[in-house]
Design a protein around this ligand. Structure first.
Ligand code: SF4
Ligand code: SF4
Ligand code: FES
Length: 537
């Protein structure tokens, strides 16, 4: 029998863009339809995360039978429509618009932070006038400190109002306005209040299409074309905003948001954006170290892991205790759980710093979350439970005085003290820095940070999201899943894991919810994990 209520097929229309016929959903804006056809229509004021005021007139296109040119950002497609983005009329109109912008825009390109990713540069070189006709001096407005991380170069502003609309519509904290009229128009803050204290203000630097709004943190640090860009996940809270790590000289120079409609739309918070120096911190452990009496001896990986496997098999050491970091990947945490399972089981804890939760009003799915680490959910999924206080410290007395075997994964044990782990018969430290507590370990194994490896985090919505290696690992450091995977293959009949995808698929063995996900399907935007029993449930 036919379904009484079939899902209605989405209504579509056929349009022609520059001679190319395409089918798009009814109601699509002309600018988006052109993008679907692979045609980039110049635009300043339109941004997919904001309202469209059709203000800049940069997106004018010709639509056959329409009496005048149409702004592609507000016009919507109609069936049979013929759109011409490169017709003589459209090109001439946009060239005029660009000439108008250039009347006052200074040619700051050699010193402007936006050079290389400026929409004025791009459009002028693609279709702007060959020569300027204006002989008058350009207006000089100078620059203004808008507060927070934002600096305003008024001369470069093209008055697209994206920044004003972001603060009004998305941050819902109206702190910017267009003041004066006509050619005296300028963006300003209200009564010198500035952007100080608004957690989302740096997003206006991202969306400013020219170099009018720049980040003080990034100012004159690097040219856009010198940066390498790697898709990643912000590690600074459990929201898991999709970001790009922008790197040069093997250091993170800045972090920019990457769109994901399910997690962070186009935005990210200033706390996460500016909290990257720890990723660049030097002084890392660079070689596997094995205790020999009072000193550590650097050894090869195969020797370290062979000796560790022998020590584990010598046993019986009984149950293990573990202290793990919620900054480690799912693959790292899951692999440690597997190693613990085959060597007698045991319990483990993680510590996480907590802070105030701040929601983005215009996109309430996004908030700076209370837990200031990316993978608290991952730690829970693999059976580790929370310990310590809201400052991310404490909770180490029990594991630190445990006499059986002890694993530490990624936690720097800053408050561990010199006695931590001394009573343990086998103390394995897998991490990044050699603190006082780690010096008591029998084995010290250098691991990579999330920025140096491929892996996944599970965010507060249980969305499992991938990140990619952006930096070179120091010395002999390896991903913890790889270290533990080789160890596991040495002490059990588990097969060796060669790649991050192998390590991900092995997670299903310790947490069934992961078995339902496939590495390939995670893509760049992640996939949601089914439910799992959390410690204490
Ligand atoms: S400062 Fe930038 S975003 Fe704001 S109106 Fe000017 S050009 Fe547009
Ligand atoms: S909300 Fe959290 S994940 Fe997103 S940018 Fe801020 S700190 Fe990073
Ligand atoms: S993008 Fe269409 S008028 Fe500005």
């Amino acid at each position: 029998m036919a379904d009484a209520n079939p899902t209605p097929a989405p209504e579509t229309v056929n349009v022609t863009v520059d001679g190319m016929e395409i089918t798009v959903p009814k109601g699509t804006r002309i600018l988006d339809a052109c993008a679907m056809a692979g045609v980039d229509v110049p635009h300043y004021c339109y941004h997919p995360g904001l309202s469209a005021p059709a203000q800049c007139r940069m997106c004018l296109v010709e639509v056959e039978k329409a009496p005048k040119l149409v702004p592609a950002c507000t016009g919507t497609v109609a069936d049979g429509q013929v759109i011409l983005t490169e017709s003589e009329k459209a090109l001439k109109a946009r060239e005029g618009v660009l000439e108008f912008y250039l009347v006052n825009h200074p040619l700051d390109c050699p010193v402007c932070d936006q050079s290389g990713e400026c929409k004025l540069q791009d459009y002028v070189s693609a279709e702007g006038p060959a020569m300027g006709r204006s002989k008058e001096p350009k207006r000089v407005l100078g620059r203004d400190d808008f507060g927070g991380d934002v600096l305003f170069y008024a001369d470069r502003c093209v008055m697209c109002t994206r920044c004003v609309r972001f603060m009004r519509e998305v941050a819902q904290d109206e702190r910017l306005a267009v003041v004066q009229r006509g050619h005296r128009n300028v963006i300003d803050t209200f009564f010198d209040e500035g952007l100080d204290g608004n957690l989302w203000a740096d997003n206006i630097v991202d969306i400013c299409p020219v170099g009018a709004l720049v980040s003080k943190d990034f100012l004159h640090k690097a040219r856009a074309w010198d940066l390498d860009r790697t898709p990643s996940i912000c590690p600074n809270c459990s929201q898991g905003c999709n970001v790009r790590l922008e790197t040069r000289d093997n250091l993170v120079q800045r972090i920019k948001p990457r769109p994901n409609p399910e997690v962070n739309s186009h935005w990210m918070c200033d706390f996460g954006r500016l909290n990257y120096e720890w990723i660049n911190r030097g002084g890392r452990i660079e070689a596997p170290l094995v205790r020999d009496g009072d000193r550590f001896v650097p050894v090869s990986w195969s020797e370290a892991l062979t000796r560790l496997a022998a020590a584990l098999e010598e046993g019986p050491l009984g149950e293990a205790r573990a202290v793990v970091s919620p900054f480690m990947a799912n693959e790292d945490l899951g692999m440690l759980r597997r190693v613990m399972d085959v060597t007698g089981g045991g319990t483990g804890v993680y510590r996480c710093e907590e802070g105030e939760e701040v929601v983005l009003p215009g996109f309430p799915t996004l908030a700076l979350r209370r837990d200031r680490a990316a993978n608290v959910m991952g730690a829970e999924a693999f059976g580790f439970s929370r310990a310590g206080g809201a400052d991310g410290l404490g909770g180490l007395v029990e594991p630190g005085s445990y006499e059986g075997k002890l694993f530490v994964l990624g936690d720097e044990l800053a408050d561990g003290g010199e006695g931590f782990g001394r009573p343990s018969r086998l103390f394995v430290y897998i991490g990044h820095f050699m603190g006082a507590a780690a010096r008591n370990a029998h084995f010290v194994l250098p691991a990579t940070t999330f920025a140096e490896m491929e892996g996944t985090f599970t965010n507060v919505q249980r969305r499992v999201q991938r990140f990619w290696p952006a930096l070179q690992a120091p010395g002999m450091a390896r991903p913890a899943w790889q270290i533990l995977g080789v160890l596991l293959a040495g002490i059990s009949d588990a097969s060796a894991v060669a790649t991050a995808s192998d390590a991900f698929h092995a997670l299903g063995e310790v947490s069934p919810a992961f078995a339902a996900l496939s590495w390939g399907e995670l893509g760049q935007q992640g996939a949601v994990l089914g439910s799992f029993a959390q410690a204490g449930d």
